[in-house]
Write a protein that binds this ligand. Structure first.
Ligand SMILES: [Zn+2]
Length: 321
């Protein structure tokens, strides 16, 4: 693997990238790191994949804590190929599986936590996924709720059904979506309550040097809320985490995160007013000195081979947003 990577590295740099002295910061987005391949979540990296990704970052890139990277960028002193690793939502596997690997390769990270789900909670999309995983029978019938009847004869059909249901109800008003999710829960057996971190796990990350950021309380799409509710989600999650950790929480990640769609400029302004030093969106690209510090773009790695992963990450440095 190393020889192939070395030659790709030498070819792509620096002539193709042309990023020298250009102050570029690639902020990677992760959600989960799975113990092994999960057919319900095939796009999430497993531990062994995450490990070679961290090894590759340690070897070829300059991983930095988010606050340090932003500070260096503001002085024009960011090193070449600077990267930050971030996780959204607050999954328990961030502490159980990712943390030892981050520590092994000395990779700083920020974990953005949605506080309502700590200590046994579950995000609605995970409820749908876990329900379909354990659903029995040949079909999962939601016609009474205005949705379809989904064929669940194979693992692949179960995954497809979950994804389709999530896509259908994602942008529904929370009340209406909650009703459907309650019905889905009532159709299956016991669902897991250990997907998200406990307070102790958040503290464990924090004690190991992982930066803890806020990701609202209930993970709403901000553009669907009144401004007062957005303010509550921002201040509530920040205060909750600060009280738990006894330290300031400086960074924020927008739920779903598409600028102008999932949040608007007035929400971005509120994030700054409420005392966050910086915020990340899901806008695709690399941050530069020109980026809005409260709407930093990110990059989701998805390639399953080291060469493709590295190539895509290097090419991302050419894509300022
Ligand atoms: Zn999220």
């Amino acid at each position: 693997m190393k020889n192939l990577l070395h030659s790709a590295f030498a070819t792509l740099l620096p002539s193709v990238l042309q990023t020298k002295n250009k102050q570029r910061l690639s902020i990677l987005t992760y959600h989960r790191v799975m113990p092994s391949f999960d057919y319900m979540r095939p796009t999430q990296p497993i531990a062994s994949e995450f490990e070679w990704q961290m090894e590759l970052l340690a070897y070829y890139f300059n991983p930095l804590p988010l606050s340090e990277a932003l500070s260096l960028m503001s002085y024009g002193e960011l090193p070449e190929r600077a990267v930050c690793v971030t996780f959204d939502d607050g999954y328990a596997d961030n502490e159980e599986i990712a943390l030892p690997l981050l520590s092994r390769w000395k990779i700083p990270a920020t974990v953005f936590v949605a506080t309502d789900f700590l200590n046994g909670g579950r995000m609605w999309n995970d409820t749908v996924i876990e329900a379909l995983r354990i659903a029995e029978g040949q079909v999962f019938d939601l016609t009474a709720m205005g949705l379809a009847s989904y064929s669940i004869n194979s693992l692949e059909e179960k995954r497809l059904a979950a994804n389709t249901i999530i896509r259908e109800i994602k942008h529904w008003p929370p009340d209406k979506r909650g009703e459907i999710v309650d019905v889905i829960v009532s159709m299956v057996g016991q669902l897991p309550s250990n997907l998200m971190m406990t307070d102790d796990q958040v503290k464990s990350l924090n004690n190991s040097g992982v930066d803890i950021g806020a990701h609202t309380m209930s993970h709403p799409i901000l553009s669907t809320l009144e401004l007062g509710q957005v303010k509550e989600e921002l201040t509530g999650s920040k205060a909750h985490l600060e009280a738990m950790l006894g330290a300031p929480v400086r960074h924020f990640a927008y739920p779903n995160g598409r600028p102008g769609i999932d949040y608007r400029m007035e929400h971005r302004d509120l994030v700054e007013i409420e005392g966050f030093d910086a915020a990340v969106s899901t806008q695709w690209g690399v941050a530069s000195g020109m980026s809005d510090r409260w709407q930093l773009p990110r990059f989701t790695p998805w390639d399953k081979t080291p060469l493709r992963f590295m190539t895509r990450l290097l090419l991302n440095f050419r894509n300022p947003a």
